[in-house]
Design a protein around this ligand. Structure first.
Ligand SMILES: *[C@@H]1O[C@H](CO)[C@@H](O)[C@H](O)[C@H]1NC(C)=O
Ligand SMILES: *[C@@H]1O[C@H](CO)[C@@H](O)[C@H](O)[C@H]1NC(C)=O
Ligand SMILES: *[C@@H]1O[C@H](CO)[C@@H](O)[C@H](O)[C@H]1NC(C)=O
Ligand SMILES: *[C@@H]1O[C@H](CO)[C@@H](O)[C@H](O)[C@H]1NC(C)=O
Ligand SMILES: *[C@@H]1O[C@H](CO)[C@@H](O)[C@H](O)[C@H]1NC(C)=O
Length: 308
C-alpha cells in the first residue's frame, strides 16, 4: 500500500478526516432518519477507488459501497430495503446514510468507515423517540364528593419513548410534587404506558393539569381536569334536594298541626257541650226552660233539612 501510495496514488494518500455530529441523532419512530457522515474528499478520486461501510456493533452490516457500486449481499436482514446512500454526493465526500421507517431496535451506535487510499472512521449514535398520546385524566370515586375529601386524580398516556417526565400543576400553574406516584411500563414493542396519580384534598373548585414531557423530543402535551362542575355539583344538588324535602316535611307538619288543632278545638267544644248538658241534667228544673231554645238552635244548625 505504501508503495502504491508513493508511486501511483499519491494524491489519495493523506489522512482522511471523517466528520459526524458529536451529539446523538434522534429518529422518530416509523419515520426516516439521516445518519450524517462525511469525509474530506481527496483532490482527485473516482468512485472506483472508494470503499465505504456502515456498521452497527460488530458483524451487523448496514450498508456498503465498494468498487463503484453498492454491495448489499452481507447486509443484516433487518436493514434490507431500508438503507440508501446519497450516491450523487459521494464524490463531494457525503457518505450520509438514509434509514427508512425507524424502529426502537435501530437504536445504537453506527460506524461509518471510509477508505480512499487511506482510511478512517467515526461513530454516530442513533436515538429513537416516539411522542406520547395526549393524556387522559380521571377522578376516582367521583360520587358524593365534597370539599375536604381526599381524592385521587389519575393521568394516563401511551405509546411514547423514551420514558416521560410527568409534572402536575394546579389551577394557578403551581407545581404539585407531593403525593404523586408514577409508573412507566413498556409494552412488547418497547413503548411506554405512563400512569401517574396524585392524592389531593378537594377544594371547592380546582383544576389539575397533567403535563407529559418527552425529554428527547423536548415536546410536552397536557390535559386538565376541573373538579368543580361535574363532581362537586352532585353534593350541591343533594343539598338542594335535602332542603326541598325539609321544606315539604315542614309544610306537612304545619298542615297536620292545623288539622289537629281544629280537631282538638272541636273535641273541646263537644266536651264543653257535653259537660254543659251533663250539668243541665244535674241542675234542677229552673234551668231547663232556659236551655230549651239553645238546643233547638243547635239542632237547626247541624241539620238544616229537618227545619224545612
Ligand atoms: C494514512 O495517512 C497518514 C498520514 O498521512 C500516513 O501516516 C499513513 O501511513 C496513511 N495510511 C495508509 C494506510 O496509507
Ligand atoms: C425489497 O424490495 C424488493 C424490490 O422492491 C422486493 O422484491 C423484496 O421482497 C424486498 N425485501 C424485503 C425484505 O422487504
Ligand atoms: C448529504 O446529503 C444529504 C442529502 O442530500 C444532506 O441532507 C446532507 O446535509 C448532506 N451532508 C453534508 C455533510 O453535506
Ligand atoms: C415546575 O417544575 C418544572 C420542572 O421541575 C420547572 O421546569 C418549572 O419551572 C416549574 N414551574 C413552576 C411554576 O415552579
Ligand atoms: C399528602 O398526603 C397526606 C396524607 O394523605 C396529606 O396529609 C397531605 O396534605 C398531602 N399533601 C398535599 C400537598 O396535598
Amino acid at each position: 500500500m505504501d508503495v502504491l501510495c508513493f508511486f501511483l496514488l499519491l494524491p489519495l494518500c493523506r489522512s482522511i478526516e471523517v466528520i459526524v455530529p458529536d451529539v446523538p441523532v434522534t429518529g422518530i419512530l416509523d419515520e426516516d432518519v439521516i445518519l450524517p457522515c462525511s469525509f474530506s474528499p481527496p483532490d482527485r478520486f473516482s468512485l472506483q477507488d472508494l470503499s465505504l461501510f456502515w456498521e452497527i456493533t460488530k458483524l451487523q452490516q448496514v450498508h456498503s459501497f465498494t468498487k463503484g457500486q453498492e454491495q448489499l449481499e452481507k447486509q443484516d436482514p433487518k436493514f434490507i430495503n431500508r438503507t440508501e446512500l446519497f450516491l450523487g454526493q459521494l464524490l463531494q465526500g457525503n457518505m450520509s446514510l438514509l434509514l427508512h421507517k425507524v424502529s426502537l431496535s435501530d437504536e445504537g451506535i453506527y460506524t461509518c468507515f471510509v477508505n480512499v487510499g487511506n482510511s478512517s472512521s467515526a461513530a454516530v449514535s442513533l436515538q429513537v423517540a416516539a411522542s406520547y398520546t395526549k393524556p387522559t385524566l380521571h377522578l376516582e370515586s367521583s360520587e358524593g364528593l365534597k370539599p375536604g375529601d381526599q381524592v385521587i386524580v389519575t393521568c394516563h398516556t401511551y405509546h411514547g419513548y423514551p420514558q416521560a417526565v410527568i409534572l402536575w400543576q394546579d389551577g394557578s400553574g403551581k407545581n404539585l410534587t407531593e403525593n404523586v406516584t408514577t409508573s412507566q411500563v413498556a409494552n412488547e414493542e418497547g413503548l411506554f404506558h405512563v400512569q401517574s396519580s396524585i392524592h389531593v384534598t378537594l377544594e371547592t373548585s380546582d383544576t389539575y393539569t397533567c403535563l407529559v414531557y418527552n425529554p428527547l423530543l423536548q415536546v410536552a402535551t397536557h390535559a386538565s381536569l376541573s373538579v368543580t362542575g361535574q363532581h362537586l355539583s352532585f353534593p350541591l344538588v343533594a343539598v338542594w334536594v335535602t332542603i326541598g324535602l325539609c321544606a315539604c316535611l315542614l309544610g306537612l307538619l304545619v298542615a297536620l298541626a292545623c288539622v289537629c288543632r281544629k280537631q282538638l278545638k272541636q273535641t273541646c267544644e263537644e266536651e264543653q257541650e257535653e259537660a254543659a248538658s251533663n250539668e243541665e241534667h244535674e241542675e234542677n228544673g229552673e234551668l231547663k226552660t232556659a236551655m230549651q231554645p239553645l238546643k233547638a238552635s243547635s239542632a237547626e244548625g247541624d241539620d238544616p233539612t229537618t227545619v224545612e
